[in-house]
Design a protein around this ligand. Structure first.
Ligand code: F6P
Length: 554
């Protein structure tokens, strides 16, 4: 049965209206003043759970803001939606599927029913299949065509079959075992392929063709190219099974590509691509860090699942982040959200959260097909600190728009070099502090006068030095990156995104918007290579096709 709850007209709810009024009352709210007036603001607006500490005190929020947002969550029935997700209701109504990525991290013995069938035995079987593969590769039992052990694993996949595994395997490099190097091939770009192939030896390389659908153009093209390269490097068709395995829910397509049945790792319709790193899509992670660390990752995500399911909303990290996002997006017109990890190992988290959030919540209609009334998912962007400070933070501090930021920082570095980590951590804190404090005109003028500047110069320069401040941020602190804490961190954002979708009444688990471009791509390609004679429907596309054809003629 498809998810049947009629989305509420959220804008008509009394709490939404109360929030609108409250927003007016908050027009001159000052975070500086709020901290001065309440020495306990930090304690009151922070919490810790699942190895993560969240400071949300630097927000345009008072006690009343938080209690109104909590009331909104209750009024829309968020608790029931959360239960519905964990219970496997078909929340992905447009595709008639549940969204059960949480089943992938549940402990042995739990039961999760999909259409009356307990899926947990399948989940455990695949974990066992992964354990065997990882064991054989790490112990050198799995050998390439020249009988040498595997040293390099190439994950061929895109979107969710790439970003999550890449984030986690690279974030957990300090936990990497036995020298298996992981590489990623995603885009349909010969240069990417060429640069990667130049680093590899076919005889010691294993390719994982990672595609839930096994129908994704980029992945299939890269898999064919990898196969051609492998054959050209001395591999044979007969030994292909030693070098190509697959993760897919489309067994037939993987078999017809030439992958042996026993080397196909199943996944299921009820796991969305961007939520799939916990499944066999996470094989590169497991091959890098080993199965026990992979299970730690799952355990961390499970702890966040339990937190999300059971913690009261006021103490519930995903719910708090979701509501603060709604507060800015729907009531303060914020159109984007910066994700700023202050750690080299977490550098890919922004890219993963881009897909997670934007593919999930970049929607304009609700579950029942009716248009949404207000803003939904924001643009997610950002990157690793301090690099951003010397690039786009200027706009965070003095640009015209309000951009809430999430800072993510570990307290302990894996690689202490002199006092680098102290400085990195200090930079993270000082950025959120600067966003909040800003610099008033008086302060700017006083600063310039203190430098001995004449009054004309003071007046000329002061406006450029003013920083409005009062700009919101959250800071997430981890003691040190570990599989468990990273699992909790990624699951935190998954649940944040879901909670927002439930409040807006949209489907976070489909992605119809990406289909049109794929469809049109076929026609454009045929016109470029000359197999389709009719002109493109618009002059611009046809002109650009002609440009390409002109260059490639003859
Ligand atoms: O794993 P697949 O089926 O190759 O899909 C890859 C990605 O493509 C998308 O379907 C978007 O085109 C994503 O949702 C998905 O993660």
């Amino acid at each position: 049965m498809a998810y049947h709850r009629q989305p509420l007209d959220v804008l008509a709810l009394p709490t939404w209206q109360a929030l609108q009024q409250h927003r007016q009352a908050m027009q001159h709210f000052s975070m500086r003043d709020a901290f001065a007036a309440n020495p306990r603001r930090f304690e009151q607006f922070s919490l810790s759970s699942c190895g993560l500490f969240l400071d949300y005190s630097k927000n345009l929020a008072s006690d009343q803001t938080i209690s109104l947002l909590m009331a909104l969550a209750r009024e829309v029935g968020l608790e029931q939606s959360i239960r519905a997700m964990f219970d496997g209701e078909k929340l992905n109504a447009s595709e008639g599927r549940p969204a059960l990525h949480t089943a992938l991290r549940r402990p042995l013995g739990d039961k999760v029913l999909v259409d009356g069938v307990d899926v947990m035995p399948q989940v455990q079987r695949v974990l066992q299949q992964m354990t065997e593969l990882v064991g054989r590769i790490h112990s050198g039992l799995w050998r390439g065509f020249s009988e040498k052990p595997i040293t390099d694993v190439v994950n061929i996949g895109i979107g969710g079959s790439f970003l999550g595994p890449q984030l986690v395997s690279e974030a957990l490099l300090p936990f990497a075992q036995r020298g298996v190097r992981c590489h990623y091939l995603a885009n349909i770009d010969g240069s990417e392929f060429h640069e990667l192939a130049a680093k590899l030896q076919a005889e010691t390389t294993l390719f994982i063709v990672s595609s839930k659908s096994f129908g994704t153009l980029e992945t299939l093209k890269n898999a064919q190219a990898a196969r051609g390269w492998y054959l050209a490097q001395g591999g044979s068709e007969a030994e292909l099974y030693r070098h190509f395995i697959a993760v897919s829910s489309n067994r037939e397509a993987a078999v017809s590509f030439g992958i042996r049945e026993e080397n196909i790792f199943p996944m299921w319709d009820w796991v969305g691509g961007r939520y799939s790193l916990w499944s066999a899509i996470g094989l590169p992670i497991a091959l890098s860090i080993g199965m026990s660390n992979f299970k730690e990752l799952l355990a961390g995500a499970y702890s966040m699942d339990m937190h999300f399911k059971t913690a009261p909303f006021e103490q519930n990290m995903p719910v708090l982040l979701a509501l603060l996002g709604i507060w800015y997006g729907n009531f303060w017109d914020a159109q984007s959200q910066a994700i700023l990890p202050y750690d080299h190992y977490l550098r890919n988290i922004t890219k993963h959260l881009q897909q997670l959030d934007m593919e999930s919540n970049g929607k304009s209609v609700r579950q029942d097909g009716s248009p949404v009334a207000g803003a939904t998912g924001p643009v997610i962007w950002g990157g690793v600190g301090c690099n951003g400070q010397h690039a786009y933070h200027q706009l965070l501090h003095q640009g015209t728009g309000l951009i809430p930021a999430d800072f993510i920082v570990p307290v302990v570095s894996f690689n202490p070099v002199a006092d680098h980590h102290q400085w990195l951590y200090a930079n993270c804190l000082s950025q959120s502090q600067a966003l909040m404090l800003g610099k008033s005109r008086e302060e700017a003028e006083a600063e310039l006068r203190a430098k001995g500047m004449g009054e004309d110069d003071v007046q000329r320069l002061a406006p450029h030095k003013v920083i409005p401040g009062n700009r919101p941020s959250n800071t997430l602190v981890l003691e040190r990156i570990s599989p468990r804490r990273l699992g909790a961190l990624v699951a935190l954002y998954e649940h944040k995104v879901f909670a927002q979708s439930a409040i807006w009444g949209i489907n976070a688990f489909d992605q119809w918007g990406v289909e049109l471009g794929k469809e049109l791509g076929k026609g454009v390609y045929s016109r470029m290579v000359g197999s389709e004679q009719s002109a493109a429907e618009d002059g611009s596309t046809q002109g650009l096709i002609n440009y390409f054809r002109g260059r490639h003629r003859g």
